[in-house]
Design a protein around this ligand. Structure first.
Ligand SMILES: [Zn+2]
Length: 381
């Protein structure tokens, strides 16, 4: 027996109700009967002309090549777009989306985190002015069909067998990462191929590339052509770590600085200390006013933003400098470190930036992060 929606085969999750067998592993998304042949979700066809697009900036030669290759490859296989942080990965799939819409095919752009959905909807609606681009996420579920659907991975359960192309942005991010139910649903919502977009693909994706069930296109350069900032690693005993942090902040006074810490408690403590010396905001998974904090930081109302890994992805602040406090903490893995370092030097106006990792001990993960960024730079050169 296999659940037609989440692909579960573990018998422990199968229960027999009055109407027959059903799966309890994906029960938060409603009951699905095992014997039923699921009907594909009924969606409208994309409107004629919805495929016309204009980008806000011209693609670089490299981006153009990858974008064209990707649009061809998805005809026959799944594709991993392995691009460094800030490489403009969304823009790389616009040609693929347009190609599918032109053929009257259904496309979905799926993202683990809700916050990014709304932002991306705006961006895609700007690129495709004739298309009805809908955002489907918690709080936005009245309209679930459009020419182009942007959804959280949690909402894909609505679209059984519906998509000819599924674009999965950052599948290595929480809460999609390591969640078998969401992975199963992402498989069963599509009848065509998928594109996975990531700067830090997990082992599962890399294994698919190795065994040939997925093609891989790599982009090691940001559009502005500058190398990625490589972190400097400093080893300092825990009790003294505040001192190099202060010196670092002073050396970047006048510039926006992000300080990543491993826990909410540490963020709050550090926020109080730094708040005595500068305009400092604390942003964690517990901050209810996260959007406002980010907006204020962006406008320069705060010099320092102390934050946890909730802020490791999706943020572009021109000119930001990055410090990771206790970068050797077990909370951070290499992907996290790459993403945090990837906040620096993203824009054409500020293509460089300083990244400092403060560690209590030598850390293989921190060193590996620096090596992989150096390697990406070497490949790009
Ligand atoms: Zn299930």
């Amino acid at each position: 027996m296999q659940c037609p929606r989440c692909l579960n085969t573990d018998e422990e999750y199968f229960y027999r109700g009055s109407r027959g067998w059903y799966c309890r592993r994906c029960i938060p998304f409603g009951r699905v009967m095992l014997e039923e042949d699921g009907e594909p979700a009924a969606l409208s066809l994309p409107a004629e002309g919805s495929e016309e697009y204009t980008l806000s900036y011209p693609l670089t030669k490299q981006q153009k090549e990858i974008s064209e290759q990707c649009a061809q490859l998805i005809e026959t296989t799944d594709v991993l777009l392995h691009c460094v942080c800030g490489a403009g990965k969304t823009e790389l799939v616009i040609a693929s989306i347009a190609g599918m819409l032109e053929k009257g095919k259904k496309v979905c752009f799926a993202i683990p985190r809700r916050q990014v959905v709304l932002e991306l909807r705006e961006r895609l609606a700007g690129y495709f002015p004739n298309a009805k681009v809908v955002a489907v996420c918690g709080g936005h579920t009245e309209v679930t069909d459009g020419d182009l659907i942007v959804a959280t991975t949690h909402q894909l359960y609505r679209y059984f067998g519906a998509f000819d192309l599924l674009i999965l942005d950052e599948p290595d991010a929480f809460p999609f990462r390591g969640n078998p139910v969401l992975h199963g649903i992402a498989e069963t919502c599509r009848r065509g191929h998928m594109i996975a977009l990531s700067a830090t693909p997990d082992q599962e994706l890399l294994k698919r590339v190795r065994n040939g069930t997925m093609a891989c296109l790599k982009l090691n350069q940001r559009p502005h052509g500058h190398p990625l900032p490589v972190p400097r690693i400093r080893i300092v005993p825990s009790v003294f770590m505040f001192i190099p942090l202060l010196l670092w902040l002073r050396s970047h006074s006048g510039r926006p600085c992000m300080v990543f810490v491993p826990s909410v408690a540490k963020a709050e403590r550090l926020g109080i200390l730094l708040g005595l010396l500068s305009d400092c905001a604390v942003c964690t998974g517990r901050s209810e006013n996260r959007d406002e904090l980010i907006a204020a930081f962006r406008q320069g109302k705060y010099n320092v933003l102390v934050c946890t890994t909730v802020m490791e992805r999706g943020m572009t602040i021109p000119g930001v400098q990055v410090c990771v406090f206790e970068a050797d903490s077990r909370i951070f893995d290499e992907a996290s470190l790459v993403q945090m370092a990837g906040r620096a030097g993203r824009t054409l106006s500020h293509p460089d930036g300083d990244v400092l990792f403060l560690c209590r001990h030598r850390s293989g993960k921190a060193e590996q992060c620096a090596v992989s960024l150096q390697e990406a730079n070497a490949c790009a050169a």
